[in-house]
Design a protein around this ligand. Structure first.
Ligand code: FDA
Length: 603
């Protein structure tokens, strides 16, 4: 047997989660090995909706432009169409993913990055290239066979699937980014809550030129609802891979009725029935089956083992949060592993990963499941019922638009879909409460609330509290409210610097700590220098204010931040606000030292 290979972090899995983590650790100069059992990255489309928070992660990793270049742009995400077939009757339409007139401003003001549609098999090579650019060690066709914790690390047995050769990897930490059937979860005895097998789906990847049916209503999802088929989401959902020739047709089925016929003829017939135009040629590329699960790991960490991505949370694709949540797990865990391995943080910091990400995962799996159930009212509004014949269904559908009460019912059912397709609060509004976040004075350490705190700083009193302004109208799932409260992601505002337009997000991240100061920054720069020197942990400073070094010319920062005066925000490498100091304390160095200690697990 070959000599054991030693590394600091063994990442099991090279899907969106493993690749992102791999890129972060490589950028931070951490010794890590990433293994995946397959010879390549994903070989077919799976998840595709990529939200603003995830694009911000790519922005931090320097690959946002490469993702945009490979993706289908935002304007092609606009319409969600419900119809009996592409050629048939359109039943309803909803403007989605923040691209519609009602929501586009909310999305634009919240982030420097736009959502895009990029299928997993196109996205993964882009992240892999970014990871390799940082020097990541990615090993394909290498499978984790077993793993266990040892007194000073983990010992993993891996097998090269091409040669059959087994070897031992000794690592200080292991991360299970190995998807819904995680070997790491099994080997380390992680426990889960929820249910599996709540539904079954076929993903049929195919070519069909539907341009003439889509270019006047471009979108990502086309939902076909045909009478005589009431099973959950209808007769098939067409997911645009490349507009409008490359598609995934997703069909739900009930395994109790037997497995579907996946012969080429049957799949072509299925596709053609929802195209409704026999002249459109269909070429089947691949078919796969997957299950609907509603499952969450109770803890994301057990000793030296961590779960991230689908290994930790499994849920339906509704809300498009699969890869997004996974990549954001990696963004949370990555810098913490780097900081502990470099000696910049105490091991205790690693506990905050589960404290912060598990509640987010729980919220995501519950929302995704509810969104699936909330599609039921559309079927009801169409008058579709279980066991109904196609004739009965058509009769019901044909009467729909003549009845004002039924029209109203349809409108309400479609409006409800905003919780799936324009759920900006769900997508961006994740706030953390953990041992690594310094609670705001007098406030309980609770991540759920969205109310901002009034700052104890005369200068900040003039600045509007965006939450208070519209309190009572905020829906935490639909609306994202930027906040500078501890545990919140740093809000985005455009600022000018050296004749360049930057986002406040560009002043933080890239693996480092930042102290954002306001107009009166006396004492803070010195404090940051002193603390950086003492702890060997660089804390850079950036003054954001009207007329400041980073010039808040649009006074957006003044509107959304409560530290424009003599206060400061300590921002972690993952752009989360660890500490909000609303006004300069008597000893800024001591206060900053304490805050950094808490944020690095030394509090
Ligand atoms: P992912 O499953 O992508 O990757 C797991 C990695 O672990 C792979 O690299 C694999 O090789 C590796 N691995 C597993 N076991 C291993 C072992 N023992 N040793 C070594 N390597 C191992 N989501 C969504 O939001 N919208 C959607 O439309 C869809 N559609 C969809 C279709 C299909 C067919 C599937 C399978 C999944 C989806 N999903 C989805 C879910 C989405 O794909 C999922 O959320 C992300 O891929 C999760 O990314 P991860 O990196 O966590 O796991």
């Amino acid at each position: 047997t070959p000599a054991p290979i030693r590394t600091d972090v063994l990442i099991v899995g090279a899907g969106p989660t493993g690749l992102t983590l791999s890129a972060i650790l490589a950028r931070d100069g951490i010794d890590a090995i990433t293994i995946t059992r397959y010879p390549t990255t994903a070989h077919s489309p799976r998840a595709h909706i990529t939200n603003q928070r995830t694009m911000e992660v790519f922005r931090d990793l320097g690959c946002e432009d490469a993702v945009i270049a490979a993706a289908t742009p935002n304007e092609y995400m606009r319409n969600n169409v419900w119809a009996t077939s592409f050629a048939g009757q359109e039943i309803a339409r909803l403007e989605t993913w923040g691209t519609g007139t009602a929501r586009s401003g909310d999305y634009e003001v919240a982030s420097p990055s736009a959502m895009c549609n990029i299928s997993q098999h196109i996205l993964e090579p882009v992240i892999a290239e970014a990871a390799r650019g940082f020097g990541a060690d990615l090993r394909f066709s290498t499978e984790l066979v077993s793993a266990r914790e040892t007194p000073d690390g983990v010992e993993a047995t891996v097998r090269n699937r091409e040669t059959g050769e087994e070897s031992i990897i000794l690592a200080r930490y292991i991360v299970g980014a190995d998807g819904g059937r995680s070997t790491v979860a099994e080997e380390f005895g992680f426990t889960f809550t929820g249910e599996s097998g709540l539904g079954a789906a076929l993903n049929i990847w195919l070519d069909a030129d539907l341009t003439k049916y889509c270019d006047y209503r471009p979108g990502t999802l086309y939902w076909m609802a045909q009478p005589g088929n009431d099973y959950w989401v209808g007769s098939g959902t067409w997911i645009s891979v490349k507009p409008f020739t490359d598609w995934v047709l997703l069909c739900m089925y009930d395994p109790a009725d037997g497995e579907p016929d996946t012969s080429e003829e049957a799949l072509i017939a299925l596709a053609q029935s929802t195209i409704g135009d026999p002249s459109v040629e269909v070429t089947i590329k691949q078919v796969s089956k997957w299950q609907i699960n509603h499952v969450i790991a109770d803890e994301y960490r057990k000793g030296r083992a961590f779960l991230a991505g689908d290994a930790a949370h499994r849920h339906p694709p509704a809300n498009g949060l699969g890869t997004n949540t996974s990549i954001q797990d990696a963004y949370n865990l990555g810098w913490k592993l780097s900081a502990v391995l470099r000696g910049d943080a105490d091991e205790a910091l690693l506990e905050t990963y589960s404290q912060e990400r598990q509640p987010v995962g729980k919220r995501v799996v519950d929302r995704a499941m509810k969104s699936v159930v909330d599609m039921g009212p559309i079927s009801q509004a169409l008058g579709f019922a279980p066991g109904q014949s196609a004739e009965e269904g058509w009769a019901s559908l044909n009467g729909l638009f003549d009845d004002p009460a039924r029209r109203r019912e349809l409108i309400a059912a479609v409006e409800l879909q905003n919780y799936q397709f324009n759920a900006h609060g769900m997508e961006l509004g994740q706030q953390y409460a953990s041992d690594g976040i310094v609670p705001a004075d007098g406030e309980p350490a609770d991540a759920a609330g969205s109310a901002d705190t009034a700052a104890d700083d005369a200068d900040s009193a003039e600045h509007a509290d965006p939450t208070a302004a519209s309190a009572g109208t905020i829906d935490v799932d639909l609306d994202f409210v930027p906040s500078t409260r501890p545990g919140a992601p740093l809000p985005h505002a455009w600022v000018d610097h050296d004749r360049r337009r930057l986002s406040t997000l560009d002043l933080v991240g890239t693996g480092g700590w930042t102290l954002i100061t306001g107009h009166d920054d006396a004492g803070w720069v010195e404090a940051a220098k002193a603390v950086s020197g003492e702890l060997g942990l660089p804390v850079r400073t950036a003054q954001v204010s009207m007329g400041g070094d980073y010039n808040d010319v649009l006074h957006r920062w003044a509107e959304i931040s409560d530290v424009t005066g003599s206060g400061a925000l300590l921002v972690r490498p993952d752009r989360i606000i660890a500490w909000n100091c609303p006004a300069r304390p008597a000893d800024p160095t001591a206060a900053l030292r304490n805050a950094v200690a808490t944020a690095t697990g030394r509090g």
